[in-house]
Design a protein around this ligand. Sequence first.
Ligand SMILES: [Zn+2]
Length: 155
Amino acid sequence: MTEVVYESGLPWDPERPDTLIITCVDGRWYHHFQEFAREHLKAGARTDFMTVPGGIEPLVLFDLVPKDFNFFRRRIEGLVEAHGTRRIVAIAHQDCAWYRRRTIGPLSVDLRDRQIADLRRAAARLRELLDGVVVETYFARLSGTNPETVVFEAV
Ligand SMILES: [Zn+2]
């Protein structure tokens, strides 16, 4: 045995959460996603999280980058099978660096519109692939108020 360097103060709960949340990795938004899951989605204090830059974007790449799509698809299918996932929640966020980086063509193309279109396409694909799993999609953005807060829209 190697030396223990830290012991989590949280109790261990072996029960599997039934919700998988797919989001971007952006740490500025992450704790808001977790609060949203607890307070609004009522998904419990723990959910499975699948997090990559850009969130669900690989799921819309089945034509363009099939290996990214397949990497994502295989892992989601594996999770649903092993964990008994009943609900998948995909959340995109404003000012996503991944989407900004991938912007091709005029910058006037609204990233939000593109992200919402991707959420919907990805959700449709997941519903095709996964029988009996509920799929929900949300967009998180700043409220535009002072002080700034984070608000979520069902899209
Ligand atoms: Zn992002």
